[in-house]
Every structure is written in structure tokens, then in C-alpha cells.
Design a protein around this ligand. Structure first.
Ligand code: GRF
Length: 191
């Protein structure tokens, strides 16, 4: 005998913005069932591997630098949360305002340390090593008009080992990022 059970699944539609290889996007795709969100749109500001990943999974994708167009496509795809994952462009203030508390970023440092304009990619871990830090890490934060300046949601730290160079430290931080970001998105889904 079978019973008809109506299960209401609630998936939060997220848009992932990326500019490069999209390894963070890949992790967000891989963990969407586990954390109950749906990667419903990928936006890039240039031709990049992230765009190909989206196409491979039949995820709607847009390559654009026109923020009016991007905003329109976000609404058409019923996006509830924007996740910046290696997106190398400044978000206009009006988008930050319109999407306030619905746009988050992952940054590869323990903000407020090593953030701000020009602090991206390998430069961040080079600065961490140059400053003699014993701890590095990553931060998920809300996006505001100030680069890397929005309220912090969560952080994960890793040890800086004596033999580290910027590349080895960067790899360890990226692993921490890939564990933290989907989890944070999952928490925001539950809110
Ligand atoms: C991550 O290290 C993240 O901290 C930064 O960009 C990197 C993402 O690269 N914002 P990828 O394109 O996801 O591989």
C-alpha cells in the first residue's frame, strides 16, 4: 500500500558570479543538494572556465558587464541570493543597495585584514606571508559599496606553516573556502 505524501521542498535559487576557473562555482554545484539551494544562474564578466562549467550542467548563464541587464536576468531567474565566488569586478552601489543582505562574497583572508581594492588572488597570501602572520583564512561577508567592507557572516582559519609559500598557503585557504561557503549558503537558506 502506498500513501500519497506531499513533500514541499524549498530550494533557494542562488546566482553565482565568477571571473576565472570557477572551482568555487563547481563546489557550490556539487553541494547544492546537501545544503538545499539551487545554482539557478551563473554570471561572468568575461569569457572564462566558469561559463563552460555552467553550460556543462545546463545552468542558465550570462556573460555581461551591463548591470541593468544582469539585474533583469537575476529577476527573470527568480534569484534570491547572489554569491560572488572569484568575481573580479566592482559591484555598482545601486546593485549593492537593491540586493542588500542578498549578496555575499568569499574573500581569501581573515577580514578586515588583507582586504580592499587590489587584494585578490595570490597577492592576498603574499601579503599574509610578508606580514609574518601565523594564521590565514577566509571570510564570507555581505557585500556593501565598500570593497570587502560588508558585515562578516563567517570565517574559517588555517595555520601558516613555516615552509609555506604563497601558492601552498593559497591551496590550504581555498580548501577552507570550499568547506565554508556552501555551508554558509545552506545556513542562509534556513533563515
Ligand atoms: C577564491 O580563492 C576566492 O577567495 C576568490 O577567488 C577565488 C575563486 O577562484 N574570491 P575560482 O574561480 O573559484 O577557482
Amino acid at each position: 500500500m502506498s500513501a500519497d505524501i506531499n513533500i514541499l521542498y524549498y530550494h533557494m535559487n542562488i546566482a553565482v558570479f565568477a571571473s576565472g576557473t570557477g572551482t568555487t562555482l563547481q563546489t557550490l554545484i556539487d553541494k547544492q543538494a546537501q545544503y538545499d539551494y539551487c545554482v539557478a544562474l551563473v554570471v561572468t564578466n568575461r569569457e572564462c572556465t566558469a561559463l563552460k562549467r555552467a553550460a556543462n550542467y545546463d545552468i542558465p548563464h550570462l556573460q555581461s558587464k551591463d548591470w541593468e541587464e544582469i539585474d533583469k536576468v537575476l529577476i527573470e531567474n527568480k534569484i534570491q541570493l547572489i554569491v560572488l565566488a572569484g568575481f573580479l569586478a566592482i559591484i555598482p552601489a545601486w546593485i549593492c543597495q537593491k540586493w542588500e543582505k542578498r549578496i555575499i562574497n568569499i574573500h581569501p583572508s581573515l577580514l578586515p585584514k588583507f582586504g580592499g581594492k587590489g587584494m585578490y588572488g595570490i597577492r592576498v597570501q603574499e601579503a599574509v606571508l610578508a606580514a609574518g602572520e601565523t594564521e590565514a583564512g577566509c571570510t564570507v561577508h555581505y557585500v556593501s559599496a565598500e570593497v570587502d567592507g560588508g558585515n562578516i557572516i563567517a570565517q574559517a582559519s588555517v595555520c601558516v606553516e613555516p615552509q609555506d609559500n604563497a601558492e601552498s598557503l593559497s591551496l590550504r585557504v581555498q580548501q577552507a573556502e570550499k568547506a565554508l561557503l556552501p555551508k554558509v549558503v545552506g545556513e542562509l537558506v534556513k533563515d
